[in-house]
Design a protein around this ligand. Structure first.
Ligand code: AMP
Length: 504
């Protein structure tokens, strides 16, 4: 089914329910939200962007984000969400790779974005209001379960990002899975968008649309712990997705104020490892408001979950191990731990985490090779290493991919390395993550310069600003005469990490 049906139904039954808000201010009720989506949907359809088409969204968190998503679906097309922190050149590459026919953008990030042959719709342009006010399409276009609905680009481990094809049926399954295994959602709830809506945080809108609940955009535009603690008591029943870094900051702010986070109902944490001490303290300070999910773009928001009662439980003999885990498989999914040969390993043994079920992607966009490597015999190989105990709790151990997770956002070393190698003075480079108390990890680059040439950190930092998103830039540069390598000439990242440990 078309996810826009959910909006149409909520608007029909609860037209006057507050829908889009900035802080405590109501901007649109459900009737208006649906009318704007249907109007912009008509504008897209008039440009031939209906079933089978793709429309990119490159925008910071703002109310128009939700209108844009539902407009694209209303027209029957698929959304290509692009991380607002990406460099315009990276965004252009994604738009071209996806074959998007249009991009809906905000000027704060998209001012320099002018992809050739692609319709450019700016929410900040004077004519945008006219698009919203068009004669609306009467009903969302029919969308089959297997139709592409969400084409999400992962940061590529091998240079270029890959488009993850999520169908309408995948989205329906992810939303129902949340309601079955994570948490209830009520009409009085307020979905709060502090994390980037191009990722998981944006996908948490659906259950709130189904219940005709409120969608609240932070006036600050992003995550601000003080703002959340101020707003929550006024809004009540606040629901938000937060990366572990955000949880730590929120808890520190609540502690400093001597408050417990009144008005916050649910904080869904995930996207990166949460340290045991941090979640123990979070529950101590703020009470049983937390649930954990473990997912990835390839099975969005949905692989395992640790619901509220288990996050808050301190009585079970294994509560520490359970709290350090990512929880148990969602009811609709099979999750198992496998060795390299694909055979299931006994409880407690570490292997790769495999997933099969209705939330798993339909493969990578126009990339059969990567698809064949990742989906084998119907199972999604997540690239995450972990173990499962006898009761089904999964603990993540290591990432087989070398991803660095900083502030809940994935940074792939290869991409940073490739950018640095474009600098004439850089002969060799290797990028690793270093544990950081606040961000989870931070990026460190080991650089070998060309003979007779030197480069300093400031020069390389300026170079990175030209080529990659700011958040991917190394926080430190270490200059070496040579990189440690094995017999096959492969750089030994373990040795580099050890050097950092020794320094610490
Ligand atoms: P993405 O595809 O950008 O959502 O990144 C997904 C990756 O983030 C997963 O494959 C894991 O490595 C990591 N991840 C997601 N959720 C959790 C969690 N709850 N705990 C630890 N790591 C997580």
């Amino acid at each position: 089914m078309n996810p826009a049906e959910w909006l149409a139904r909520s608007a029909a039954l609860h037209p006057g329910a507050p829908a889009l808000m900035r802080g405590a201010e109501v901007l649109a009720d459900y009737a208006e939200f649906a009318r704007q989506a249907a109007g912009l949907g008509a504008a897209l359809a008039a440009r031939g962007l209906g079933p089978g088409a793709r429309v990119a969204v490159f925008m910071t968190n703002r109310p128009e984000y939700l209108v844009a998503l539902y407009a694209v679906w209303w027209a029957g097309a698929a959304v290509v969400p692009i991380n607002a922190k990406l460099h315009p050149r990276e965004a252009e590459w994604i738009i071209a790779n996806a074959g998007a026919g249009a991009v809906i953008l905000s000027e704060d990030v998209g001012a320099d974005l002018r992809p050739e042959g692609v319709v450019r719709l700016s929410v900040d342009a004077a004519e945008f209001a006219g698009l919203l006010a068009r004669d609306p399409l009467p009903a969302p276009a029919p969308m089959a379960g297997e139709a592409l609905a969400w084409l999400f680009y992962t940061s590529g481990t091998t240079g270029r990002p890959k488009g993850v094809q999520i169908t309408a049926a995948n989205l329906v399954a992810a939303v129902l899975s949340y309601l079955a295994d994570v948490d209830a959602v009520h009409p009085t709830d307020a979905a709060f968008y502090a994390a980037p809506m191009s990722h998981g945080a944006g996908l948490y809108n659906f259950m709130h649309v189904i219940r005709a609940a409120r969608h609240v955009l932070p006036p600050s535009g992003g995550f601000d712990a003080a703002e959340i603690l101020d707003l929550a008591p006024r809004l009540g029943d606040l629901h938000m997705f937060a990366a572990p870094t955000m949880v730590r900051r929120l808890v520190a702010e609540a502690k400093a104020r001597g408050c417990r986070g009144a008005g916050i109902r649910t904080i869904v944490y995930g996207g990166g490892p949460m340290y045991l001490a941090d979640i123990v303290e979070a529950v101590e300070v703020m009470g049983p408001r937390f649930v954990q999910i473990y997912g990835q773009g390839e099975s969005p928001m949905t692989i395992t979950a640790l619901p509220r009662e288990l996050v808050a439980d301190r009585s079970h003999a294994d509560w520490r191990a359970r709290l350090a885990s990512v929880g148990r498989a969602f009811s609709a999914l099979e999750v198992r731990i496998a060795g390299a040969d694909g055979r299931t390993l006994p409880p407690g043994e570490v292997g790769e985490i495999l997933v099969r079920g209705p939330t798993v992607m339909q493969g990578y966009w126009r990339n059969p090779r990567a698809t064949a490597e990742t989906i084998r015999d119907g199972w999604l190989w997540t690239g995450d290493m972990g173990a499962m105990d006898g009761a089904g709790f999964v603990t993540l151990h290591d990432r087989s991919k070398d991803v660095i997770i900083s502030g809940g956002t994935n940074i792939y070393p290869r991409e940073v390395e490739e950018a640095l190698l474009l600098h004439a003075a850089v002969a060799e480079v290797s990028v690793v993550g270093r544990p950081h108390p606040d961000w989870g990890e931070e990026v460190v680059a080991f650089v070998v310069c060309e003979p007779g040439q030197g480069a300093d950190a400031a020069t390389l930092d300026a170079h990175c600003r030209e080529h990659i998103a700011r958040f991917k830039r190394p926080k430190q540069y270490r200059f070496l005469a040579e990189l440690p390598k094995n017999n096959y000439g492969k750089v030994l990242k373990t040795d580099l990490r050890r050097m950092l440990e020794e320094d610490a």
